[in-house]
Write a new protein. Structure first.
Length: 200
C-alpha cells in the first residue's frame, strides 16, 4: 500500500463530481504527524517537551512509509485488509445505485461511471487515513512512554488538526492522562498551539 496525496473528499452523484471544502485528504496531516513522531522519539534528559520547527525537512512518501513500518511492522497487512474491506464497500455502493428505481437508467449509468472514475481516488484517501491514524497511535505511545509534557506547533489549521487528533487519542484510552490544548501568543511571530499532557 503506497502513500500518495489524493485530494479533498469527493461528492459523487449522477450530476457529476465535486469536492467538499474542509474535507482534506489525511495525507496533508500525515506529513506533520510523522515529522512530530520522528522528532519526539528521542532520549530526553531534562525538558519533556517538543516545539515543532517549521523548517523541518519535508519527508518523501517513501520516507513516511518507512517510518510507519518501523513502528508497526504488520501495518502493511492491516492496511491491505482495510483496503479490501473498503473496496467491497465501494462495490456495494455501485450495486445500490444500479438497483435504484427512482432515477432513470441513464442517470444510474452516469452515477456508476462517476463512482468508477473516482474509485482509485477514494481508495487512496482511505489508505492515507489508515496510515494517519496509525501515526497518531505511534505518537500517543511515545508520549506515554517518554512522559512528554508538552508539544508546541504553529497555530495553523493543519497543525491544530493534528494536535486535536493526538489529544483525542490520548483521551480515548483509560488512563490518568488528561490534556489541555491552548493557543498562546508568540513573541517571535505567529500564534502557537500548545498541547499540554498531564497526569503521567
Amino acid at each position: 500500500m503506497k502513500i500518495a496525496y489524493a485530494g479533498p473528499r469527493p461528492y459523487i452523484t449522477q450530476h457529476g463530481i465535486s469536492f467538499k471544502d474542509g474535507k482534506e485528504d489525511k495525507y496533508v496531516y500525515l506529513i506533520i504527524a510523522l515529522q512530530i513522531l520522528n522528532a519526539i522519539d528521542k532520549d530526553y534528559e531534562d525538558t519533556k517537551s517538543y516545539s515543532y520547527d517549521t523548517k523541518t525537512k519535508r519527508l518523501s512518501d517513501e520516507q513516511m512509509h518507512d517510518i510507519l513500518i518501523k513502528y508497526q511492522p504488520d501495518l502493511e497487512k492491516l492496511a491491505q485488509e482495510a483496503y479490501n474491506s473498503y473496496s467491497i464497500k465501494l462495490d456495494e455502493e455501485v450495486d445500490e445505485i444500479k438497483a435504484r428505481t427512482d432515477i432513470s437508467q441513464v442517470e444510474r449509468d452516469v452515477w456508476v461511471n462517476n463512482l468508477n472514475i473516482m474509485r482509485d481516488y477514494k481508495l487512496q484517501r482511505a489508505i492515507n487515513k489508515i496510515y494517519y491514524m496509525n501515526a497518531i497511535e505511534d505518537i500517543a505511545a511515545v508520549i506515554k512512554r517518554e512522559h512528554i509534557k508538552e508539544i508546541d506547533t504553529p497555530f495553523y489549521e493543519k497543525y491544530w488538526h493534528v494536535l486535536q487528533t493526538i489529544e483525542g487519542k490520548l483521551m480515548s484510552v483509560k488512563s490518568s492522562i488528561y490534556t489541555d490544548l491552548k493557543v498562546e501568543p508568540n513573541d517571535d511571530g505567529p500564534l502557537i498551539a500548545k498541547l499540554f499532557i498531564h497526569g503521567h
